[in-house]
Design a binder for this molecule. Structure first.
Ligand code: ADP
Ligand code: ZN
Ligand code: ZN
Length: 659
């Protein structure tokens, strides 16, 4: 009997595949059950090899009749494993539907396939008539051939989604399917309803808040071709599709495309790689493109097409920067801002307060001895939440009772400081009694469907006040909104994190985009203590590209991303000293002739749930150099006989956003 050898990826924290044998012929991409150590594990055959020069164990069982991933899809997964220095088995596992991560289930393919013709014939009519810019963009995008990454830069309200719909239609005509990525679950319902309107049941969704069985169903239908269009969040980026014709990454600048825990991948970047490997176009859409994308456009590696006008023809809101240095604030608001809100309400319009802090007050302090309420297990101040009467840690979600007397000096001189969404809501209720006030943050939208309810209430109310964190400013349209007040963008100016300024600019432009869709007199009031900040002044014109260009010059001059390629090596353990020792030891494996090396330094979140976090920051001049030195480092640490690297949990983060 002949014996075949296979490399099998197994979900264990080792960056290699393992060789097994079988007398069956197995197509790569098929799931198998194998013995690993003493346990039975799920594996995926990644390649057939001609012979093995080590003693191999047999594959127990072949689980599926058909491979889960195609050869090309496996290649992309392998690329992701190499690029992010993350074990191939874990990479593959993270893109498997939950029930296929177990050896007891078999994958059975769907067979019912509706032809694209049928779908298209039912949906010949489009609801909107495109304007000339949209027509031009659609023509441009539909003529793209092969791997052509393209930025669709459309100002907020310029009708990007309408353009996507025509591009999807074009793919359906060619009997292809389409993957549309959105950065957040909250943005999928509106995309879904617009796409379903056009393409009916051939549209599916895929995200982590769906039940495993609903997710599996969508996954199977997309793989079989019954669903032609998937709208999904980052976990959807590797959904198998036999005839993928186009990938669209909506709001491509959004940091949510990067997974921060475990396998720290960027769905935007894997999407680009996927498009490259299967030689198809990819559209990156945004009103506020990332500097990384703009750099690639500048280098002519990406094409670009713009929508410069709002569909409504209404002029965008005007920015006005409000100096709050000498001003007494009321719950974070300057009197001038309160007056503007009052005027807006008088005109029966809506006003929005954008503040990126939930809860009532971010600090709870003793004025006698300076004691400050801190989390027991994180280095983070506790946030006072009035509604639940608790002090809550926003890192680990621990909740504590609110003391009446200072735990340190016993005096009854405790008070809260700073402003959060809850406090603003209470203050504004007092200032404007009888006005409809809606608060949108993680607390007010915890229940499934509650965000949709609040959003539809807001859209049905003619006038009123909206208070919200960044959740409120992503993608939603508020036709009656005429005033936006931003409370705390200064964090973006003062942060040491190099991407904070970029994010501040994107947030300001995005928040402005929610306003002024009605009659063109909208204003964005930006409260700041840094009114002469160069980047803030750039934003005043509302022209994001000018802001981005100026920021790119600063980045280039200081050798910051996207002009350098970055990674962090993080060490976590219950003792800060152990982290520092390990990272100091690790430095010997890093070739500093091709990179700048910083650290060990405490991570921004230096203590979470009782664990300390430190890291090394590596900045290399080329992507290849970065990857080379990370491979050497990871292999050295993995195979290291010195016990020090075993004393901490360490991980590598390529293209980090959080530090
Ligand atoms: P963006 O994603 O660029 O912010 P959308 O695609 O959501 O913009 O479009 C904003 C609004 O304008 C939507 O309500 C959409 O239905 C509408 N719209 C888009 N294109 C047109 C058009 N050509 N004519 C009329 N309305 C349009
Ligand atoms: Zn005290
Ligand atoms: Zn905590």
């Amino acid at each position: 009997m002949s014996k075949f050898f296979y490399n099998v990826a197994i979900a264990v924290p080792l960056r290699q595949a393992f060789t097994y044998h079988s007398n069956q012929q197995i197509i790569p991409g098929t799931r198998v059950a194998v013995k690993f150590g003493r346990t039975n594990k799920l594996g995926i055959v990644t390649e057939v090899i001609s012979e093995a020069n080590i003693k191999t164990k047999p594959i127990h069982m072949v689980l599926d009749d058909l491979p889960i991933f195609s050869k090309t899809e496996l290649k992309i997964l392998k690329w992701a494993s190499d690029y992010y220095l993350h074990p191939i088995g874990e990479v593959i596992n993270s893109f498997l539907p939950t029930n296929l991560r177990q050896t007891k289930n078999t994958f059975e393919a769907e067979t019912m396939i509706k032809s694209n013709r049928e779908i298209i014939e039912q949906n010949l009519e489009f609801e909107t008539i495109l304007n000339s810019e949209q027509i031009k963009a659609v023509k441009f995008l539909n003529e793209l051939k092969g791997f052509t990454p393209t930025l669709l830069h459309g100002v907020t309200g310029s009708g990007k989604t309408e353009v996507y719909i025509r591009c999807i239609y074009e793919q359906l005509l060619k009997n292809k399917s389409v993957l549309l990525l959105a950065p957040e679950i909250a943005l999928t319902p509106q995309l879904e309803s617009r796409l379903r309107n056009q393409f009916g049941d051939s549209v599916g969704i895929f995200h982590s808040k769906m039940t495993p069985s609903a997710r599996y169903k969508a996954w199977k239908k997309f793989k079989s071709g019954e669903i032609k269009v998937i709208i999904g969040t980052r976990s959807a980026v590797m959904m198998p599709a036999p005839k993928l014709g186009l990938i669209i990454v909506d709001e491509e600048h959004d940091a949510s495309y990067k997974q921060q825990e475990g396998f720290k991948f960027s769905a935007r970047d894997i999407a680009i790689k996927r498009a490259q490997m299967i030689k198809i176009p990819i559209i990156l859409g945004s009103a506020t493109p990332s500097l990384r994308t703009l750099k690639l456009v500048e280098e002519r590696k990406f094409k670009t097409i713009s929508l410069t006008k709002r569909v409504t023809q209404k002029s965008p809101p005007k920015f006005s920067i409000l100096d709050i240095n000498e001003v007494k604030l009321i719950s974070g608001l300057a009197p001038q801002a309160i007056e503007a809100i009052s005027q807006t309400l008088k005109q029966k319009k809506q006003a929005m307060i954008f503040i990126n802090r939930r809860g009532f007050a971010p600090q709870f302090i003793c004025s006698y001895c300076d004691w400050k309420a801190m989390c027991n297990s994180c280095d983070s101040s506790l946030v006072f939440h009035h509604q639940v009467a608790r002090l809550i840690c926003h890192r680990c979600d621990s909740a504590f009772g609110v003391p009446t007397h200072c735990p340190s000096c016993s005096k009854a001189q405790l008070s809260f400081h700073g402003t959060g969404t809850e406090q603003l809501e209470e203050t504004l209720k007092e200032l404007f009694p009888g006005t409809s006030i809606h608060r949108v943050d993680r607390d007010s939208t915890a229940k499934v469907g509650s965000l949709e309810t609040i959003l539809s209430e807001i859209n049905n109310a003619e006038t009123g006040i909206l208070i919200g964190t960044q959740m409120l400013i992503k993608g939603h349209d508020f036709p009656n909104l005429e005033l936006v007040v931003t409370v705390d963008v200064d964090q973006g100016i003062t942060s040491l994190n190099s991407s904070a300024v970029e994010e501040m600019g994107q947030q300001l432009i995005q928040v402005a985009g929610r306003a002024g869709r009605s009659d063109g007199n909208a204003t964005v009031l930006v409260q700041s203590r840094y009114v002469n900040d160069q980047n803030l002044l750039q934003l005043r014109s509302g022209n994001y590209l000018n802001f981005a260009k100026s920021l790119m010059k600063q980045r280039q001059a200081t050798n910051q991303p996207p002009y350098t390629f970055e990674a962090t090596i993080k060490a976590s353990s219950p003792k800060a000293q152990t982290n520092i020792e390990m990272l100091t030891y690790a430095k010997q494996f890093i070739d500093t002739s091709t990179c700048v090396l910083i650290g060990p330094i405490p991570a921004m979140q230096s203590k979470v749930r009782g664990s300390y976090h430190h890291h090394l920051v590596i900045q290399a001049n080329t992507r290849i150099n970065l990857n080379k030195l990370l491979i050497y480092l990871a292999d050295s640490l993995t195979n290291d006989k010195n016990a020090i690297s075993k004393k901490v949990r360490w991980s590598i983060n390529v293209d980090p956003i959080e530090f």
